[in-house]
Design a protein. Structure first.
Length: 258
């Protein structure tokens, strides 16, 4: 516990200004070029300190079955809209497939059964939401690193982007579809998994079925639900509005480490 407190204390020094302004809702100040630069610098410092402290890739704390929260609140979408997702849900995602492409030598297309046949990891971890609540849940899935190694990333890959089925904003170009991204450091962490199970049961629709991202060292909105495509890229500039995630495009910080 002392290590956790120490780590958070160090990170707090790099991001306190950003957090204060966000909580206060200072939109005008937040959008000014000078303050935007200061916040981006705070994120940079926080990210570099975190990477330095975690250079040995230690695990986030894992809990016992007895610690699992009796209720795990919902966040974001409870079910993607549209008849297409409804058809997949009714068929128990028999025709759904995960695509892994972008800057890879061997693109993948996997059914849910094929993903479940891969080596699995189960972990019981604390989920911290940016809305202020937390809960402990058990997650079972395939390590993201397993898929990234199988598809053979090209040398210029720097980020992994997760494209999702839930559309948070209706737009003609469908730019309101949820997406998130990680750098390779977090993408290859052993606790970064694509989960298809929760608390010993198939992943519920409200929690992201058939597949969701679990990145245990970052806050809630980085744990994208309804993942349907994983894209390896050299830059985030051409994805969404170029900030690396749906909420990041709308003012959140891209790095959300605990």
């Amino acid at each position: 516990m002392s290590r956790l407190v120490s780590r958070r204390s160090l990170l707090r020094a790099g991001s306190a200004a950003a957090g204060t302004l966000l909580l206060a809702g200072c939109d005008g100040v937040f959008e000014s070029p000078a303050m935007r630069g200061a916040l981006d610098f705070g994120q940079f410092v926080s990210l570099r300190v975190q990477h330095l402290l975690l250079s040995g890739q230690p695990l986030a704390r894992e809990f016992a079955v007895a610690d699992i929260s009796p209720e795990f609140p919902l966040n974001g979408t409870s079910m993607p809209g549209g008849f297409g997702y409804f058809q997949m849900m009714v068929s128990q995602f028999a025709r759904w497939r995960l695509t892994v492409d972008g800057l890879v030598r061997r693109p993948l297309s996997l059914s849910l059964d094929e993903i479940k046949a891969l080596p699995a990891r189960t972990q019981i971890t604390l989920h911290c939401c940016d809305e202020g609540w937390s809960a402990i849940g058990q997650w079972t899935g395939v390590q993201l690193s397993h898929l990234l190694q199988a598809c053979e990333l090209m040398p210029n890959v720097r980020y992994i982007v997760f494209h999702c089925l839930d559309e948070l904003e209706r737009t003609p170009d469908r730019s309101g579809l949820y997406y998130e991204s990680l750098d390779l450091f977090d993408a290859f962490h052993p606790q970064t998994i694509l989960a298809y199970g929760m608390n010993g049961q198939p992943l519920p629709v409200a929690h992201g079925a058939p597949l969701r991202l679990r990145v245990e060292r970052q806050i809630g909105y980085k744990n994208a639900k309804y993942v349907t495509r994983i894209e390896a890229v050299a830059t985030l500039d051409h994805i969404g509005r170029g900030k690396g995630g749906f909420w990041e495009d709308r003012g959140y910080q891209w790095y959300a480490g605990l």
